[in-house]
Design a binder for this molecule. Structure first.
Ligand code: PLP
Length: 425
């Protein structure tokens, strides 16, 4: 029965029994961390073959004749561009291969625009006001970058099939201090949903007042499906921008962080030739070249995109039972109670969970006191400020499935306790 239909006496009774359950949970002495979307040890083991493909007698020459052990090749070896291009669904010559982190590339793009502008425009540091659009709930580290540079982060609500495009169109058309938008278009962090065709088409047809406005299209979960058949597929944004007569509108990012090893993978940026030229002016001052041995290692390991796709199925086999465990627990414990809602992703690393308004902080704190660390409430909003205090990001990947069941049960229990308190006033 929905909690809202319970009488005060029934709620008081419920409060007592939930408290007893919570005490029993605390006695289990749990120590679980579900705070960040890290691959589990089992998932890291999937990629250990990466360590075997290059030995001391390996030929480390790239296809283009350059020795991967030496300096040079600013934008990445051709075979790595081919592989990452296929992963990102763009031609290899629209790519720069970077180092070990796509977040680092995003930071660089903001930093370069701040100090040197975008394709000849006024550097953002010389402007009185710079605003960035942030789709919420979203990825805390995106918001942290633009906050760090002193920009005003403007929240845009995430809807079922992507962000509120009416709002985005209206804002970017009329305000030239808006310089960009953070997007996770596929299996979004944290909602797990993907942008519809209409949303992608509308993005490609934006008419920003600012010529130096760029869409930061973070395709972190581009091949990270949970199911073989039931997968999300998006219109490719670079091609769509070109079709729409807006070829320079987007920077697209990806990495192999959650394909091989986070922090030891390869990252890439895909964008128009005009943007690439602009970016390389800075890049050549920043470095002589990135880690080509690691680029070569990844290519030799996967061989091609088919190798990568097969590899991702192994990740899916590890992640799927965890997602299903959490979703089944949420449904069996909270379904029909009217005190929480959650997303049901088909890929990516997260489930987005909403408590009743004003309860998320309390739920996260109660979980922590019983040994389960969740991502801080509010983390999915700029400045850590969830105006409704209801969103919690669930990251099921890291703990073993058995532990996860306990953690999910605890989350449900704490959600019930907070809801009862709220209803009792
Ligand atoms: N982008 C999103 C949306 C993420 O969720 C993450 C990690 O969780 C990253 C980027 C980090 O990527 P990288 O390891 O390539 O810096």
């Amino acid at each position: 029965m929905p909690y809202a239909d319970l009488t005060k006496e029934e709620l008081m009774e419920l409060k007592k029994s939930l408290k007893a359950e919570y005490k029993a949970m605390q006695a289990k002495d749990l120590k679980l961390d579900m705070s960040r979307g890290k691959p589990s040890q089992e998932q890291l083991d999937i990629s250990m073959g990466l360590m075997d493909v290059l030995s001391s007698d390996a030929d480390l020459m790239s296809e283009n004749g350059s020795d991967c052990r030496n300096y040079g090749v600013l934008d990445g070896i051709p075979e790595a561009k081919e592989l990452m291009g296929d992963m990102m669904e763009v031609p290899a010559d629209n790519l720069i291969i970077y180092g070990n982190s796509s977040l680092n590339v995003m930071y660089d793009c903001i930093s370069r625009s701040y100090t040197h502008g975008v394709m000849g425009s006024t550097p953002w540091c010389k402007l009185d006001k710079v605003k960035f659009l942030c789709i919420v709930p979203g990825y805390d580290r995106h918001f942290a970058i633009t906050e760090y540079f002193g920009f005003e982060n403007v929240c845009i609500p995430m809807l079922e099939s992507g962000p509120d495009m009416d709002m985005i169109e209206e804002l970017v058309q009329n305000d030239d201090s808006i310089k960009g938008i953070w997007c996770v278009p596929k299996y979004s962090n944290p909602t797990g949903n993907s942008y519809s065709d209409e949303v992608v088409r509308r993005f490609a047809r934006l008419k920003p007042a600012a010529k130096d406005f760029r869409i930061y299209w973070d395709n972190a979960y581009t091949i990270h499906h949970l199911y073989d058949l039931d997968q999300d597929h998006l219109i490719e944004i670079l091609a769509e921008c070109k079709r729409a007569g807006n070829p320079d509108l987007v920077y697209k990012f990806a990495s192999t962080s959650k394909v091989t090893f986070p922090g030891s993978g390869i990252a890439a940026l895909a964008t128009s030739h005009n943007n690439l030229e602009d970016i390389k002016k800075q890049l050549k001052m920043q470095t002589i070249g990135h880690d080509k041995v690691n680029q070569l290692r990844h290519v030799r390991y996967f061989k091609d995109i088919h190798g990568m796709v097969e590899h991702m199925k192994k990740h899916a086999n590890s992640l799927r039972p965890k997602f299903e465990m959490v979703l089944d627990t949420l449904e069996s414990e909270l379904g029909g109670l009217g005190i929480a809602s959650w997303t049901k992703p088909k890929g990516g690393y997260f489930i987005s969970f909403d408590t009743m308004d004003g309860c998320a902080k309390e739920v996260v704190s109660k979980c922590k006191k019983a040994g389960v660390v969740l991502t801080g409430a509010g983390a999915t909003f700029p400045g850590g400020n969830d105006p409704h205090d209801k969103n919690i990001r669930i990251a099921p990947s890291f703990p073993p499935v058995g532990d996860l069941e306990m953690a999910a049960k605890l989350l449900c229990l704490c959600t019930k306790m907070a809801a009862v308190d709220k209803l009792l006033g």
